[in-house]
Design a protein around this ligand. Sequence first.
Ligand SMILES: [Zn+2]
Ligand SMILES: [Zn+2]
Length: 59
Amino acid sequence: MSTTDETRARSCVSCGINISGTNAAAFKCPDCGVQIFRCAKCRKQSNLYECPDCGFTGP
Ligand SMILES: [Zn+2]
Ligand SMILES: [Zn+2]
């Protein structure tokens, strides 16, 4: 009865906007492997990201 897994909010780790349905990049933290999302704008600007799980930062 629940679709929360499918509709779980995904937000850009750099700017925090909701990126569901946008052309966002998804990748895994090289340190802990957690799924990270970054919006197209931040990807284009090569903003730093910070892993919400372990705090790893990278380009
Ligand atoms: Zn962003
Ligand atoms: Zn991490």
